[in-house]
Design a protein around this ligand. Sequence first.
Ligand code: NAP
Length: 239
Amino acid sequence: MDMTINTLITGADRGMGYELALELGLKGQYIYAGSRNLDRGQAAVAQLEAAGVQAQAVQLDVTNHESIVNAKERITANLDILINNAGIAVDHEAKPSELSLDAIRQDFNVNYFGLIDVTQVFLPLLKAAPAGRIINISSAVGSLTLASDASTSIHKLQASGYQASKAAVNMFTVKLAAELEGTPVTVNAVNPGWVDTSFGGGGGNRSVQVGVARTVELATSDALTDSGTFSDIDGIVPW
Ligand SMILES: NC(=O)c1ccc[n+]([C@@H]2O[C@H](COP(=O)([O-])OP(=O)(O)OC[C@H]3O[C@@H](n4cnc5c(N)ncnc54)[C@H](OP(=O)(O)O)[C@@H]3O)[C@@H](O)[C@H]2O)c1
């Protein structure tokens, strides 16, 4: 019996998605590297293979249902892990009273509706796995508790569209985890911290390696029982 763990990562062509592909691949997982642009995905896979990772590029635009369904057709093996990593923030520091609905919709289309569409399409494969895992890359800036606490930097942050989309991801995480209680499929949300990728103009205070550490832990721990949690490398993050 083939015991290889098969893992699909959305937005794997760069940033934390790429780092997750590299680290999980080096730990022996077979990587389906999702990317909305196939050329960029193939370039990433060439780099992964050069590093010794077994991977294949899969065109996957999370905002395009047909693209998601086609990606599923490409994945003929079992799927054990889905990492919903693709994300954008287009708020540009506009005040909540002025942020355009268009910007909010863009954030939600990728971060929330896209994440749900991908999850719904791949869930049957994850349910068929011995221990399916869904890991949603959320953000502490989506925490209502932290955003309403005047002592935090999140209180003042002007990214309410992005923040709401991550708060919504957290709710989806909790609700899907509750639906799947009693099954082997776990669903968890992770806060990577402020990570130095090109996301949001760059400048994060954590390396990508630190940013992905909690996700790597959830994707590789032997017997994962956590489900419906929101955590980072320091532990549980408040909702
Ligand atoms: N960096 C941070 O400080 C930070 C903090 C908290 C949470 N996060 C979250 O962590 C995740 C990864 O962020 P990152 O820092 O690695 O960002 P990044 O370097 O900007 O990478 C974002 C990835 O998402 C992909 N993507 C965007 N729209 C997509 C779509 N419609 N379909 C498929 N893929 C799409 C991008 O693909 P293209 O190359 O085609 O653009 C890229 O691969 C995101 O969910 C983000 O919200 C980041």
